[in-house]
Every structure is written in C-alpha cells, then in structure tokens.
Design a protein around this ligand. Sequence first.
Ligand SMILES: *Cc1c(COP(=O)(O)O)cnc(C)c1O
Length: 358
Amino acid sequence: MDLYVEEVEPSRRKPIPTDDASLGFGKFFSDHMFKMVYDPDKGWCDARIEPYGPLTLDPATLVLHYGQEAFEGLKAYRGKDDGIYLFRHRDNFKRLNASCRRLVMPEVPEDFVSDALKQLVLLEKDWIPRSPGCALYIRPNIIATDAALGVRPSQTYLFYIIVGPVGAYYAEGFNPVAIHVADDYVRAVRGGVGFAKTAGNYAAGLLAQKQAKDKGYAQVLWLDAIERKYVEEVGTMNIFFRFGDAVVTSPLTGSILPGITRDSVIQVLRKWGVNVLERTISIDQVIKGLATGAVTEVFGTGTAAIISPVKTIHYKGEDHGVGDGNTGPLSKELYDYLLALQYGEIEDPFGWVERIDR
Ligand SMILES: *Cc1c(COP(=O)(O)O)cnc(C)c1O
C-alpha cells in the first residue's frame, strides 16, 4: 500500500505552543493526521497523511451508536541529544489488534502503520516539546463507519492517528495522589471487554470517576466485578503495591487493561532482582498492610504519567495513608529509570527504545 502525503502549506500551519508548562494533556493537536480506510473488498486502503481536521460522519454511523471502536495511547520523546524516540510502539499496535479481535474489527497491518506513524511523527517533529517530562502524545483510533442502525459488526472502518504535545498528566505533577476505591460501581468483568482499549470502558467509568473527583480524589481504584474484593486497576493505570521486599500487581485476568508500562515495570524490577508477583490482591490485604506498615509504596503505571505514586487510599468511608505520604524510593527509581530510557539518555538493555530521526 502506498502512503500519500498532503502537507499543509507552511503559511497555514498552526502556531506551536511555546509554554511547555501549560500544555496539559490532550488539548493541542498538530497540523497533520494519518488516515486509512477499510473496505470489505479492498481491505485497508487509501492511506494518507493529510491536514488535521474534522471527520464527516453520517449520523447513523455505527460507532456513534454501539461504540465499536478501539484506540491506543503512546508518546514520542525528544532527547537532550535532539534525537526522537519511540518506546515499544510495536506493542501498542499489537494491543490495538488484540482489542480489534475482541470488537470484531479488522486488524491493522503492523509494519505499515508503524512506518506511517514514524513518518507522521517526523513530519510533526517541531511539535515535540523539549522540556523534561513533556512529549508528543500519539492517539491511534479505529472506528466502525457503516451508516446503518442494525446491531452487527461494521463492514467498513476508519483508522487514524492524531498527535499533539503534552505536559505532565496530573495537575498535581509528580506528587502522590489520593485515590478512592469504587464500591458502588465496577469497570469491567471477566469475559467482557476490560482488556481492550475501547470507548465503552471509559464511558462506564465516568460516574465513579466524577464522584471520586467531587470528593477530592484524583482517581478511582477499581475492584473486581464479581466478588468486589480484589484490586484491579486505577483510572487509566495499572497498580502496584510494595509489600516489604516484594512488589505485587494484579494478574491479567481479562478485565484489566494490559498496560505496556505495567509490563515494563515488571521486567525492569525483575532485572533489578526485585521479587515481582502477579497475584490477586484483596483490598482488605492492602488496607491491613497499610495499617501494619507492611505496604510501603503504592503506585499506578501508565504511558501518560509513567509512575503515579499514591499517598492515600479511601475505602469504605476512611482514608488510609501510604507510608509517610511522600513518593517512595522504588517509585522514584522506576520513574527516573523509565524516563531516562524513553528519552534515550541511557543504554537500553531491553530493546524497547527506537530512535527514528536518522
Ligand atoms: C491505557 C490504560 C492503561 C495503561 O496502559 P499503558 O500501556 O501502560 O499506557 C491502564 N489501564 C487502562 C484502563 C488504560 O486505558
């Protein structure tokens, strides 16, 4: 498949934000986007990089009614050496394809979209912010585009990638956050679509998230949907607990999003000789561990924040503090290490980092 490129005339390009401190998350988008369409006869076709702009969709378009879609989230980083780096981006397309299989959507050709992504990022290289912790956020999205109201898999699809500069994900910055255990609502159930990065999961989480925010908590901690007992994940992050010398995270049972940061943290910790357990962990164990001091660090992991230390867990009407409320040493070490890897500052023993600008 060829990739047709239509560049925006230099005089018509948007101003690139210059104040990295006020970038926030998901507010700015660059001048171009990648697009391709799926046709049942031709397969994926009409691949283009073109000016960023609105999509025109029939009001009956399937995705708008039944949510048949999947997305990804990853970043491109600008190193101090001026290099442009991607981190495990192939794994994002593998996960996208796993989401596609669950949502009965055609898989995207990995080699092709990987090359298209690199071309798009290089075309938009001036949009990659240079301040520490900032990056170019990349959002691939696939949507069902048949204009029809029957509940059935679409025959046609649109896949697109948009990019834009982002700052620190949390308003609080790299400060520990307070999280609220959801006891009225659940996010996903085994056998459902919890492992897929698909729109419905996020719509389903909004109410609990709003209630937590209204009470002053940054995120929701989800419990399993069946027994409402085992910790699953937090907001749009996976979650880890340090119990003495071991680090525990929930196993991927099908209702949890298989985070690439989660997997990276597990592999890095194992390389450092830390005992990492992927084991069901009950909220009672956590609360008890916090009370006795057996749990010394709690942190979320995800592309947006990398590591998000937790200082308080609210459960059944009570706040439970984590350690002394400050970022724990292991959380800090992981954050610094992953950040240095992603920005191409240190030797990469994992083969995760790819410099794409030469
Ligand atoms: C994206 C996401 C994560 C984290 O995945 P990463 O690949 O590490 O960014 C965790 N949980 C949910 C619900 C997510 O959407």
